[in-house]
Design a protein around this ligand. Structure first.
Ligand SMILES: [Zn+2]
Length: 156
């Protein structure tokens, strides 16, 4: 069973629970990368490419992605928010909404630079390896607090 479909069907509950869900999309925290506010946005339907999305899914992805990015930009220490789709591990189409924190740049040994500029792709890849954990350890750190502050921004 696809991981995202399992989350849609509530067979798997991501850390902090579902942040937002409607008839078309679901937004939740990444289940196993210990970076506060790292969000995953997916259509409910199992499709594998942006080109498979219907008009309503595209609209909801766009609107909720803006909410997610805006929420992360308001968080302490976030200096940039990346959005990306890869679909290598989980083929169910999903957008990564990934906060870049100031503390990520402190350790120069991370090799996250290309030509002395921060390389977003390298940083994303490094962080996904370095901060990977198991779901039941995700409650450590500030993940739950981040989820709560993001959820509050979605409330009317
Ligand atoms: Zn799926």
């Amino acid at each position: 069973m696809c991981l995202t479909c399992s989350i849609v069907k509530a067979d798997i509950l991501p850390v902090g629970g579902i942040i937002y869900k409607d008839d078309y999309v679901v937004l939740h925290h990444c289940i196993d990368i210990n970076i506060p506010g790292y969000l995953i946005l997916s259509p409910l339907r199992h499709v594998e490419s942006y080109s498979d999305l219907n008009q309503m899914e595209i609209q909801h992805i766009g609107i909720i992605m803006k909410f997610g990015v805006t929420a992360l930009e308001k968080m302490d220490g976030v200096e940039k928010v990346y959005v990306a789709n890869f679909g290598e591990e989980t083929t169910h189409f999903h957008m990564h909404i990934f906060p870049r924190y100031k503390w990520m740049l402190n350790d120069l040994s991370k090799n996250i630079y290309t030509d002395n500029k921060v390389d977003g792709a390298k940083l994303f890849c490094f962080c996904r390896k370095h901060y990977k954990t198991v779901p039941n350890r995700m409650k450590q750190n500030n993940v739950l607090a981040a989820i709560e502050s993001i959820r509050n921004l979605f409330l009317p």
